[in-house]
Design a protein around this ligand. Structure first.
Ligand code: FAD
Length: 384
């Protein structure tokens, strides 16, 4: 590819956008990143999604390619396995592997995003915050952005990468030009985040090196550790139907009653349950399917913009990071952008679809099967 063709405009400076910017800038590409939100290093991180995430080997492999693994791992908390809290019976750890070489890691979304933005900038990528993509004129090669102060601006582009998440504006702009056949399957379950603070001595209140699960059949709580010795608890519960569901557990009193009944051992750990339950939003979950991920050599989608998934395998970000490595490699190895985008789609779409399916299946396992003694026996036999 000619040097003039080695310019990429990335929409979204979240997890995938910042990692791809780093990888490409390190390989000599001219990279511009346009991010709708402000710079989290100046204004603090404005999340909106989960506070922490499970980082697995797939994701770490990608971080190593960009030389950011050490910075991220310095603040990561190891999770050796699932620590299951059944309704009746003793809580206990089910290891993910035979020893600590097979573990996953809990990382803060905000800290991870900042580490990746720092790396992208150090590699030479130009970061433009407070620029939300609104419209793309593919014929003129112009991307139109709205800045935080309301002023509109148009920037020329050679090729666009949509790393702008599940609600991707770029995807919407590609739709009239290519048969994406977009389908969103909403899960009839949502989530609410709560917090387990540290003890008065500043320590973790429960076993730190585990992903805690309180399985309860049609609903569950999980908790992931944070390096400041808190845990982020996520309650997953149906929308509608029988009790408990978000429509029947609306108020602080109703949340208190649910936890007294079904999460009695977790309740004393969450002193601000009542306040957080009412203040924190209820998140929606969906799987996004597309027939195509690219518009010839002019635009391509990665991460959640291409294949958002439900979070029950903890693989959405890990999969998005794998996309970044794959796209950077294809951009280095193909003669044209169109060939690179097509090869990327051909490689990654089947993998992403397989992980999307596994993520849907794992919800049933996590909420319903992890404390099932017959299931556990079978699992132990599988691991033996
Ligand atoms: P995002 O992280 O959504 O980033 C998109 C970026 O684009 C944002 O910075 C946004 O501000 C910006 N943007 C949006 N619109 C525009 C626009 N118009 N113009 C410019 N910029 C724009 N994954 C895991 O691997 N492990 C987990 O444990 C895990 N847990 C999860 C828990 C929950 C509750 C949820 C909801 C998801 C979880 N995920 C997990 C999935 C993970 O959050 C996503 O897969 C990941 O964030 C995808 O990264 P992304 O960069 O593609 O999108």
């Amino acid at each position: 590819m000619s040097m003039s063709a080695r310019h990429i405009t990335i929409i979204g400076g979240g997890l995938a956008g910042a990692l791809l910017a780093t990888l490409l800038a390190q390989r000599g590409w001219a990279v511009d990143v346009y991010e709708k939100r402000g710079d989290p290093r100046v204004h603090g991180y404005a999340g909106g999604r989960s506070i922490n995430l499970a980082l697995a080997e797939r994701g770490r492999h990608a971080l190593r390619q960009a030389n950011v693994d050490d910075a991220v791992m310095a603040k990561a908390v190891m999770m050796r396995g699932r620590f299951v809290h059944p309704l009746h019976g003793e809580p206990g750890l089910q290891r993910y592997g035979r020893d600590d070489s097979e573990v996953i890691w809990s990382v803060s979304r905000g800290e991870l995003n900042i580490a990746l933005l720092d790396a992208a900038q150090a590699a030479g990528a130009r970061l433009h915050f407070d620029h939300g993509l609104e419209r793309v004129d593919f014929d003129a090669g112009l991307a139109h952005f709205r800045q935080a102060d309301g002023v509109g601006t148009a920037r020329p582009f050679h090729a666009l990468v949509g790393a702008d998440g599940a609600g991707s504006a770029l995807r919407g702009q590609m739709a009239p030009h290519v048969a994406l056949n977009e389908r969103t399957e909403w899960l009839d379950h949502g989530y609410k985040e709560l917090e387990i603070p540290p003890t008065a001595d500043g320590d973790f209140r429960i076993e730190p090196n585990a992903l805690h699960i309180w399985p309860r059949g049609h609903y569950m709580c999980i908790a992931l550790p944070n390096d400041e010795r808190t845990f982020t608890v996520t309650l997953f519960m149906p929308h509608g139907g029988e009790y408990p569901c978000f429509e029947l557990v609306k108020t602080a009193d109703q949340a208190q009653a649910l936890f007294e009944r079904d999460f009695a051992d977790a309740l004393p750990l969450i002193p601000n349950l009542r306040r957080d339950y009412e203040a924190n939003p209820t998140g929606m979950l969906a799987t996004l399917y597309l027939d195509r991920w690219h518009l010839d050599g002019r635009a391509v989608l990665i991460g959640d913009a291409a294949h958002a998934m439900v979070p029950f395998h903890g693989q959405g970000m890990n999969c998005a990071f794998e996309d970044c490595v794959a796209l950077a490699n294809h951009l280095g190895g193909q003669d044209s952008l169109e060939d690179a985008f097509a090869a990327f789609e051909a490689q990654r779409k089947p993998d992403a679809e397989a992980i999307q399916q596994m993520a849907l299946e794992n919800y049933i396992e996590m909420r319903d099967k992890v404390d099932d003694s017959a299931f556990l026996l079978q699992r132990q036999l599988e691991l033996a």
